[in-house]
Design a protein around this ligand. Structure first.
Ligand code: FES
Ligand SMILES: [Fe+2]
Length: 347
């Protein structure tokens, strides 16, 4: 891979084919996104046994189910009979998962309990049948799922974050609202843009006064990149204190501001297109900031979506070859590209 292993001081952007070629989109889905840890929601609706979160991961529907012993288990939302769905939306207090197609029913642990009108089927034992499992982890109230059998160790993905943001604990924030944005750009174009503050003075005139651009820093870890700066005092949408913008491999962002958490899921829903879900969480004391915060983010997000769409057209133009990166301002982009290169090379 031409771009693997370049030191930051020598780094270039990556070839535009990775952003524009549908073949690479398919590679991203199969090798990076499906096996990667995908944020699917939070534990607020999973308090009691039989509570179920239904979520979509890379086009697949999955279930996260609270067990009688308090643990969480994940399954494909796909019946073992003829692939019918078990649930269409999240719900609570279930004792069984009953397929909506022909009524096979499964325990909360995924084992088949009953299959109507199967008495004549030879060598058919429900005890041999169970829903296909998916991996589930929880980090400070946020639920992540991986469709890989042996994904990256989740502890490695988030190593150091809890200590770094302390005394903030994201589990103390309450979900407020989800806003979804459509972006006419490849998911990697959107993430590249997120990973640098270099564009802020040029693209976000309203955001610049809220940030201390001179103190804006990027720190890379094994599996994430952190951008941080102090918030300037007196910005209505936020309280005072540090802000942490985490990007987690491959496509999750945790934007932690005083009293508020905004998560972003970058959903690659087609070549040259992505959908970004913004979930807003607040501490009770900061909930009053929600409307101003979300309205402000709307402005910034529209600016980001517009520039990403223009960049996507530039990448597809035939008039672009990879340019040099700013070591001071684009270390996060470089980190992402290094991880992409490693994942592509791993085949
Ligand atoms: S597909 Fe589930 S019972 Fe038939
Ligand atoms: Fe931006």
């Amino acid at each position: 891979m031409a771009f693997a292993g370049s030191p930051l001081a020598e780094a270039r952007a990556i070839d535009p084919c990775f952003y524009t070629d549908p073949q690479w989109f398919a590679v991203d889905q199969a090798r990076l996104l499906r096996p990667g840890w995908q944020l699917v929601g939070n534990t607020a609706g999973l308090a009691a046994p039989g509570d179920v979160l239904v979520a979509e991961v890379c086009g697949a529907s999955v279930l996260v189910v609270r067990q009688g012993d308090g643990s969480l288990r994940g399954f494909h939302n796909v019946c073992r009979h003829r692939a019918g769905p078990l649930l269409r939306e999240s719900c609570s207090g279930l004792t069984r998962l009953r397929c909506l197609y022909h009524g096979w029913s499964y325990g909360l642990d995924g084992r088949l309990k009953a299959a109507p009108e199967m008495a004549e089927a030879a060598a058919f034992d429900p005890a041999d049948i169970a829903l296909a499992p998916v991996q589930v982890e929880v980090f400070q109230g946020l639920v992540f799922v991986s469709l890989a059998e042996t994904p990256l160790a989740f502890a490695d993905l988030v190593a150091g974050i809890a200590d770094r943001i302390a005394p903030i604990d994201m589990a103390e924030m309450r979900f407020e609202r989800r806003i979804v944005y459509e972006v006419a750009a490849d998911w990697k174009t959107y993430i590249d843009n997120y990973l640098e503050g270099y564009h802020v003075p040029h693209v976000h005139p309203a955001l610049l006064p809220a940030l201390n651009y001179g103190e804006y820093r990027t720190e890379n870890s094994n599996w994430y990149s952190l951008q941080h700066s102090p918030v300037k005092p007196g910005v209505d949408a936020y309280g005072d204190g540090p802000m942490f913008y985490y990007w987690l491999w491959p496509n999750t962002m945790l934007n932690i501001l005083p009293g508020r958490l905004q998560t972003n899921r970058v959903i690659a829903d087609g070549p040259g297109h992505c959908r970004v879900e913004f979930d807003y969480y607040y501490t009770p004391a900061n909930r009053h900031r929600a409307d101003a915060d979300i309205a402000f983010t709307d402005i910034v997000q529209a600016e980001d979506a517009a520039i990403c769409a223009e960049v996507q057209r530039g990448l597809a133009s035939g008039g672009y070859t990879p340019g040099r990166l700013s070591p001071r301002r684009e270390a996060g982009v470089w980190k992402f590209h290094q991880l992409l290169a490693a994942a592509y090379a791993a085949g």
